[in-house]
Design a protein around this ligand. Structure first.
Ligand code: HSE
Length: 318
């Protein structure tokens, strides 16, 4: 990434449109590493205006809850990028249409961060070139770990890791036989709380257990869906977090006992089922709907495009 030329500024009236998918991170054994993009999207339009005021209008999920000024997560992310490249922030109007459930383990905060970074990338067109690696690095700086932001940016199944150069990723196509179900409860879960429940160190045998399952999971999701149940076993995070989301833990247990590859979606409390075929997915949905607690069963597909940004042409004069 290069810094902008001194004095470079975003033209007033420049507008961009952004779309970013929901994600499910961890996928069982791949803690902080594996993630999948889902076909539920948040949409955003951003306009550069005169002055310096930031205004956010939100429709849909979170409309009554999220901040509507520069403290909004999408706005913070956008402003973070402008600061990083040395371009003075113009006034900004953000119009968001949100569909990704909040606080449910479906990557809503990662999507908000990626939306802001992609909006900045679009607004900076011709001033600063933000490469894919820059988008991933900037989004990871704000999110803290790359497993949600990588699939939100690139789509499909992603393996994310961090080396001395920063976050890296490998995108893979999911086997066409895999069908997705996400069971969403009414309760929410804080990722911070979930992370606080994990120990600093784990037994060597548990680390080996997860190494084998996460390696197997990449094969199961791309080539051999019949291995999904074995491949989604985990000993690094779900058990430690179970006390904070007992209904989630019970549903994962019931689904797995019936032969379905169910895992906690991200930090929870939603449950992701990686079904080997559409009939198995319907069987899993029936189990979800038979629970005492109200779960919404979403039949979803893998998003293969990832986040997108495009310019909105100036409006023709009347
Ligand atoms: N890997 C993360 C976690 C995903 O489980 O804490 C949620 O941000």
């Amino acid at each position: 990434m290069i810094a902008a030329a001194p004095g470079a500024s975003i033209p007033v009236g420049r507008r961009v449109r952004v779309q970013v998918p929901a994600t499910s991170a961890n996928l069982g054994p791949g803690f902080d590493t594996l993630g999948l993009a889902l076909n539920v999207h948040d949409e955003l339009e951003v306009e550069a205006t005169a002055g310096t005021a930031v205004r956010v209008e939100v429709e849909g999920v979170g409309a009554d809850e999220v901040p509507t000024d520069e403290t909004n997560l999408v706005a913070r992310s956008l402003l973070h990028v402008l600061e990083a490249v040395g371009v003075e922030a113009p006034g900004l109007v953000l119009r968001a249409r949100n569909s990704i459930p909040h606080g449910r383990g479906m990557g809503s905060s990662g999507a908000a961060i990626v939306s802001g970074v992609l909006a900045a990338q679009g607004l900076l067109e011709g001033l600063v070139e933000l490469a894919d690696a820059d988008v991933l690095r900037l989004a990871t700086e704000l999110e803290g770990h790359p497993d949600n932001v990588a699939p939100a940016i690139f789509g499909g199944l992603t393996i994310a890791w961090v080396d001395e150069t920063g976050p890296r990723h490998k995108q893979l196509a999911v086997h066409r036989g895999v069908s997705l179900l996400v069971a969403v409860p009414e309760a929410t879960m804080s990722t911070k709380l979930a992370r606080s429940l994990q120990p600093e160190a784990v037994p060597h045998a548990d680390a080996v257990f997860n190494l084998s399952r996460s390696a197997l999971l990449v094969a199961a999701l791309t080539q051999s869906p019949e291995l999904l149940l074995d491949a989604t076993e985990d000993r690094l995070h779900q058990t430690y977090r179970a006390s904070a989301m007992p209904e989630t833990s019970a549903l994962v247990g019931a689904l797995r006992a019936a032969g379905h590859a169910a895992v906690v979606s991200g930090a929870g409390p939603s449950v992701l089922v990686l079904a080997g075929d559409p009939a198995a997915r319907l069987e899993a949905a029936a189990i979800v709907e038979s629970r005492d607690e109200p779960w919404r069963a979403l039949l979803l597909a893998v998003d293969i495009r990832g986040g997108t940004v495009e310019p909105i042409p100036p409006q023709a004069a009347a």
